[in-house]
Design a protein around this ligand. Structure first.
Ligand code: DX5
Ligand code: ZN
Length: 228
């Protein structure tokens, strides 16, 4: 069992059948449910909140749920997501007036905490809070929409983030989000990522014979990761 985590972004799932879609991607071998929260303020789109996270738990989803907050401000909504069954909660440092406090609030609520870096955001925000983060998420697209292309400069940024994490000695995941597909996942892993969000790459790759299974696409990703 590799230490690579595959996290399908439900932004590209069929929302009318969300519970079933999540069951299907997990049955196909995915590890973590990536849950994109957008507020039509921090990003120009509007998606889902704690009620939907809670509904997935009540439906019977036991996999980790990775809540990616693209909202501003962040603190008010953190305890609600913790109560709704979030496993990880990550946020964009630009969206919090008090980054250290928000990270502590996430951990105090019983979740794993993380910072998300937009393509042009420097990694400097990490420097004094390394002991308070469980995951560093690099955006390889500008946040707000699924189906965009991977921004190549993120590979260099991944290498920098990998070095910062390794030098720190802390046990921190390095997650990548945006434009991750079968044909670039190995290169992204080689640059240092160990947790891979993929929305259109997975939900757009349903098996032709059975549109409810994602086995083939997930296996292709695993095969690529095995080469790293
Ligand atoms: C974008 C979201 C992503 C998105 C990724 O703002 O954070 O999680 O769903 O979608 P793909 O994999 O299609 O780029
Ligand atoms: Zn995301």
């Amino acid at each position: 069992m590799s230490d690579f985590l595959i996290a399908p972004s439900i932004l590209s799932a069929d929302f009318a059948r969300l519970g079933e879609e999540v069951d299907n991607v997990i049955a196909s071998g995915c590890d973590v449910v990536h849950f994109d929260v957008m507020d039509n303020h921090y990003v120009p789109n509007l998606t889902i909140g704690p009620l939907v996270c809670d509904a997935l738990r009540k439906h019977g989803v036991t996999a980790d749920i990775d809540v990616h907050l693209m909202v501003e401000p962040v603190d008010r909504i953190i305890p609600d997501f913790a109560k709704a069954g979030a496993s990880y909660i990550t946020f964009h440092p630009e969206a919090s007036g008090h980054i250290d406090r928000s990270l502590s609030l996430i951990r105090d609520s019983g979740c794993k905490s993380g910072l998300v870096f937009n393509p042009a955001t420097p990694l400097d925000y990490l420097k004094y809070v390394m002991d308070k983060v469980d995951v560093v998420l690099l955006m390889s697209v500008n946040p707000g929409f699924g189906g965009q292309s991977f921004i190549p400069a993120t590979l260099e940024k991944l290498r920098e983030a990998r070095k910062i994490i390794d030098d720190s000695g802390y046990d921190i995941r390095l997650e990548i989000d945006g434009g991750v597909k079968v044909d670039n996942i190995a290169e992204i892993a080689r640059a240092g990522a160990d947790m891979f969000v993929s929305g259109s790459g997975i939900f757009g790759g349903a098996n032709d014979a059975d549109p409810n299974t994602y086995d083939t696409i997930v296996q292709q990703m695993r095969d690529e990761l095995a080469k790293v």
